[in-house]
Design a protein around this ligand. Structure first.
Ligand code: ZN
Length: 192
């Protein structure tokens, strides 16, 4: 049975992927919510449940290969590929640019599904789309676990996310949680 959005959020909370508190994000902004997708994907059973939503969406179209950007996307790409019984490869950063390494390659005309864990600005996914296009292969869709853009990012291909999340963040001087007097913590810097 496919999980609904509420059940997915429950799964995130249960595994500590979704934390409530007062957090200092790497951007320097503050937020009452912190999300770390790896915390839910560390459990193969949950990775399968989430990735099956993506696999289900693309099961009737022709796919040769699933590709994902390292590191976060690898688990998603691998699991979606396993469910669809397709080849799975990933692109990784070298000199700040995503590239195919380890002997991975794409052939002209190959049909490729792009997978990712979390999309915020979509930067890594757009880079992977370029890798596919530059190889003369064809992007047939994009699947990811969490859409943090709340639907704002559109890749120009059929796309699916398992859950949309509108994460509110604040400049430190505007942060209502700071006004409540609790200090902002860096996620992962202490046991929650
Ligand atoms: Zn704050």
């Amino acid at each position: 049975m496919t999980l609904n959005e509420k059940e997915i959020l429950e799964l995130f909370k249960k595994t500590g992927a979704l934390l409530n508190g007062h957090f200092l994000l790497t951007s320097g902004r503050h937020s009452g919510v912190y999300f770390q997708c790896a915390k839910v994907l560390q459990f193969p059973e949950y990775a399968e449940k989430l990735c099956s939503i993506i696999a289900e969406e693309f099961k009737d179209i022709k796919i040769d290969t699933v590709i994902a950007p390292a590191i976060g996307g690898i688990v998603v790409g691998q699991e979606v590929a396993r469910l669809l019984n397709k080849r799975s490869i990933f692109a990784e950063r070298e000199d700040k640019k995503l590239k195919l390494r380890r002997g991975f390659s794409l052939e002209a005309g190959e049909k490729v599904l792009v997978c990712e864990d979390v999309v915020t600005t979509g930067g890594s996914v757009f880079e992977v789309i370029d890798i596919v296009k530059n190889a003369g292969a064809e992007v047939v869709g994009v699947g990811f676990i969490v859409d943090r853009s709340n639907g704002a990012i559109q890749f120009g291909y059929p796309q699916v996310s398992t859950v949309k999340m509108n994460v509110v963040s604040y400049l430190p001087e505007d942060c209502p949680l700071c006004k409540e007097g609790t200090p902002a913590v860096k996620p992962g810097s202490r046991k929650v």
